[in-house]
Structure formats: structure tokens, C-alpha cells
Design a protein around this ligand. Structure first.
Ligand code: ADP
Ligand code: MG
Length: 462
């Protein structure tokens, strides 16, 4: 145990290296299949091996974003089967023309290895996520404007709580705030998941004093994805005290979550009311205008970065913006794929090309089943799966049930009778009724529309 702790996050010596990258690549090929392997995974190189994490090299930022959003979990799982102590992977971008030579940005790497204190190691802001490249639209203008105001007047809006579904820009905004404030403040940025990791580690090491000091000395405390504390009682306790002591000394707190503070599930009431006690702003799903702007901005970035000309006509840009439904992360992923395809085939793309590329992507990564829909929906509405499928007709059960049937019809290829059977042998007319009801509600009722969009984005992410 002791030995492990000492080694934690320290760069390990040659003799201790255990990974054979070629062997891992071979296993990637088997797991992911030739196509994904050839387009993506093959290009990943191993830069450095640490006791509990790896630094892998990738050719571009877009490449990294794509891999992280699509394959990271599986990659981690796969490499873990070769190295049990692994719990994290980091990516470094290696400039393409230098990738094959010995040259690696040594300076950057040294910075990582020199940070012996694992707490510091996670407090890194991503300089690519800043205010300059955050595009404003109707769905995010309020969140953006208050994020900027917080930077001007610390602790006026305290805490600032930013909520919204996955891939809509919460982490981007938190990073932007951190970058803006870091020169003049002691900024701590951490995800709730990491916060827990350190919390547990400190308990194990009997080092809570250090833990408390470390987090309580910040003057700006930014915590991402707070919904993660759901159901974790002792973590909530610790968070509550950290929160109070920061507020007492006038530190600014900025929080993100996938939902409203009051809707957080299995979180103590007193925490919810603290979280809701400052300013709550939400980011909604982007409209087509915003998506088009983002696509154009990203194209600009790619052109500048690679000094290449990317010809995507307006029709294609519209198509991409319309096709990716709810999530900006996905939108960027789709664009990357389209650009990569255009590069390989060296041609101006048509809508038909795009359709083929998207079909390919959706087939690979999205198998949405009725089971999955039922699980996600019952979780979302915080009811038991068996209750949702039961014959009870009370509205708190009937609505989620109808939402799940509606989504099963919209997102899977199952027929109405098949869907009915999956819902405890209901008749297909019940499914038709559900589809009609939810279609109507999602047009008339903003809350329902929002619920449906959020559930869809959860389903598309998984
Ligand atoms: P979340 O934390 O809400 O899940 P992220 O902040 O990780 O979402 O955003 C997902 C991706 O979309 C990131 O690459 C981010 O830079 C990009 N993104 C989101 N919103 C915008 C925006 N308004 N302008 C530019 N890029 C955005
Ligand atoms: Mg995030």
C-alpha cells in the first residue's frame, strides 16, 4: 500500500515499464474493428507511462476530442487489462510532421512529471476552452454573460451555478472562467469525480487535514459535474463544509451540473438549497443558427491550424447543423469526420457523401435499444424500472412510461406491437396513444420539450 502511494503519479523508471504498445494496438484492432482502428486508434502513440496513468500522443486537437468523446472509456478499459494500476489517460498533441521523429515537446512533458503532488496534477485548465472561442447563441447567452460578469465582480453571484445537458458547453465555460481569473486568484478547478477521488485517497492516507487545506485555500473554486455527488453521503458532507468555509471567506464558487440544483437526485436538501442560493443559469439545446456558427468557427480553426483550405458549401454546413440534434460535442465530432473524409478523398463533399459518413458513424456508435431507453427514462424521472413498467396509472408513473414508449418508437426500429410487448405486454394501441400524447406535449409544453431533449442527449452519449 505504502509503496503504491509513493509511486502515485511519479514517472516510473525504465525497468518498471510494463506496457508493450504494439500488443495493445493489436488488441485495439480486435476490439474496435479494422475501420475504427485504421482511422483513429492506429495513430495513437505511447509517450510516457506512469504508475497509474499514461500520456498518449495524438496528431491533432480534433483527433483528441473525437477519441475522448467516443472511445476513451473503452480504450482505458482495454489498456487496464494490461496494467491494472491504471486509472487515467491523458493525451498530448504531437505536431504531425514531428510525430515520427524523436522530437516530443519535452518541456511540456517535464511539467507533468515534475508535479509530484497529485492534487496539483488535476488542477489544470484547458487553454483551448476560452471565452474567445465560445460562440454565443440564444441557448447560452445568459450563461455566457454571467460567466463573464463573475470574472469582473468576484463573489457577487455566489455560487454561480451553470446547468444543462451533456455536450452543451458547461465545461467550456468553467474553463474559460478559470483561465480568465487564474492570474490574479488562486483558482481551483476540479470535477466532482476527481474531488471524490482525492477525498477517498486522503481518507485512506489519513491525510484529511491536507485535503481540507488544499481545497479551502482557493479564492476561486470551480467544480464540474456536481451531480456526481448523488447518493454519496460522506462526500456530500465534506463538500458541504468545503462550500461553507469558502463562502465564509469570500471565495467565488462556480458549479456545473446536468440539471437544476433542486432536481439533483439523492443530494441533501441543505446542499441543494445552498447550490440554488446564488445565481442559477442554464444552457439549453442549441438552435440551428448557433450550430451553424459553431461549424463555421471550427472550420476556420482547422484552416488556421493546418493552413489548408476546407471547402464545405453552405448546403453541407446546414446539413451537418441540422443533422446533429442536441449536442455540440457531437456536432464537432461529426464535422471532424466530414473534414477527415474530405481530406482523404481530396474532394468537395456533397450532401450524399455526408449522409454516408453519418450513417457510418451512427451505425458504429449508437445502438439504442428499448431496454436502454427504459433504463435511462426511469433513471431520469427517478422512478424504479419495475414501477415504470407496472400497470399502475398514476401520472408520475404514466408520463415517464409514455415518454419511454414515444422514444422507443422514435429511436429504434421496433414496431408498435413489439414495443407494446416490451412494456409489460401492453397493446399496440396504448403505444400509439403514448406517442400521440408525448408528441403533442413536447410541442406545447416547454418542460416536456426540455425533458425529451435531455433524455435524448443522455441516450446518444451512452
Ligand atoms: P459539457 O461540459 O456541457 O458536457 P463541453 O463544455 O465539454 O460540454 O462542450 C462540448 C464541446 O462543445 C467542447 O468541445 C466545447 O468546446 C464545444 N462547445 C460547446 N459550446 C460551445 C460554444 N458555444 N462555442 C464553441 N464551442 C462550444
Ligand atoms: Mg462537461
Amino acid at each position: 500500500m505504502d509503496k503504491n502511494i509513493k509511486k502515485h503519479n511519479v514517472y516510473i523508471s525504465e525497468e518498471e515499464k510494463t506496457l508493450n504498445w504494439e500488443e495493445i494496438q493489436t488488441s485495439f484492432k480486435k476490439t474496435f474493428g479494422n475501420e475504427i482502428y485504421n482511422s483513429w486508434l492506429q495513430k495513437i502513440s505511447l509517450i510516457k507511462e506512469f504508475n497509474d496513468y499514461l500520456i498518449l500522443g495524438v496528431p491533432t486537437r480534433f483527433f483528441r476530442d473525437w477519441i475522448v468523446s467516443r472511445y476513451l472509456d473503452k480504450i482505458l478499459e482495454q489498456v487496464k487489462s494490461f496494467k491494472l494500476s491504471l486509472n487515467r489517460i491523458e493525451f498530448k498533441i504531437i505536431e504531425e510532421n514531428k510525430q515520427n521523429s524523436e522530437y516530443i515537446k519535452i518541456d511540456q512533458l517535464n511539467k507533468v512529471t515534475e508535479i509530484k503532488d497529485s492534487l496539483l496534477n488535476y488542477n489544470r485548465l484547458n487553454t483551448n476552452l476560452n471565452f474567445d472561442n465560445f460562440i454565443e447563441g440564444k441557448s447560452n447567452d445568459i450563461a455566457l454573460s454571467y460567466s463573464k460578469k463573475v470574472c469582473e465582480h468576484i463573489s457577487r453571484y455566489n455560487p454561480l451555478y451553470i446547468c444543462g445537458g451533456v455536450g452543451l458547453g458547461k465545461t467550456h465555460l468553467l474553463n474559460a472562467i478559470g483561465l480568465e481569473l487564474q492570474n490574479e486568484n488562486n483558482v481551483m478547478y476540479i470535477s466532482a469525480e476527481r474531488f471524490m477521488y482525492h477525498f477517498i485517497k486522503s481518507i485512506k492516507k489519513n491525510d484529511m487535514v491536507n485535503f481540507k487545506d488544499f481545497f479551502r485555500k482557493s479564492s476561486v473554486f470551480i467544480i464540474d459535474d456536481i451531480q456526481f455527488i448523488s447518493g454519496k453521503e460522506s462526500l456530500q458532507e465534506e463538500f458541504f463544509h468545503t462550500f461553507n468555509s469558502l463562502i465564509d471567506k469570500g471565495s467565488q464558487i462556480i458549479i456545473s451540473a446536468d440539471r437544476d440544483p433542486l432536481k439533483l437526485d439523492r443530494v441533501q436538501e441543505r446542499i441543494k438549497s445552498r447550490l440554488a442560493g446564488g445565481l442559477v443559469v442554464s444552457i439549453d439545446t442549441p438552435d440551428v443558427e448557433l450550430k451553424k456558427k459553431i461549424v463555421k468557427k471550427k472550420i476556420e480553426e482547422i484552416q488556421n491550424q493546418f493552413k489548408e483550405n476546407i471547402n464545405l458549401n453552405d448546403e453541407v454546413i446546414n446539413f451537418i447543423a441540422n443533422e446533429s440534434k442536441t449536442n455540440i460535442r457531437e456536432l464537432i465530432g461529426v464535422l471532424n469526420r466530414v473534414v477527415a473524409f474530405g481530406r482523404v478523398h481530396n474532394k468537395d463533399l456533397t450532401i450524399n457523401d455526408c449522409k454516408n459518413i453519418l450513417k457510418d458513424i451512427f451505425n458504429q456508435i449508437r445502438v439504442i435499444t428499448v431496454d436502454k431507453i427504459q433504463n435511462v427514462v426511469s433513471n431520469y424521472f427517478n422512478i424504479g424500472l419495475s414501477e415504470m413498467l407496472s400497470q399502475r396509472r398514476s401520472r408520475p408513473l404514466a408520463r415517464p412510461r409514455q415518454v419511454a414508449m414515444y422514444l422507443a418508437k422514435k429511436l429504434t426500429t421496433r414496431s408498435l406491437p413489439e414495443i407494446g410487448r416490451r412494456f409489460a405486454n401492453r397493446d399496440h394501441t396504448t403505444v400509439i396513444h403514448a406517442v400521440k400524447t408525448i408528441t403533442r406535449l413536447s410541442e406545447q409544453d416547454d418542460e416536456m420539450k426540455k425533458n425529451i431533449n435531455q433524455i435524448k442527449s443522455i441516450l446518444l452519449e451512452q
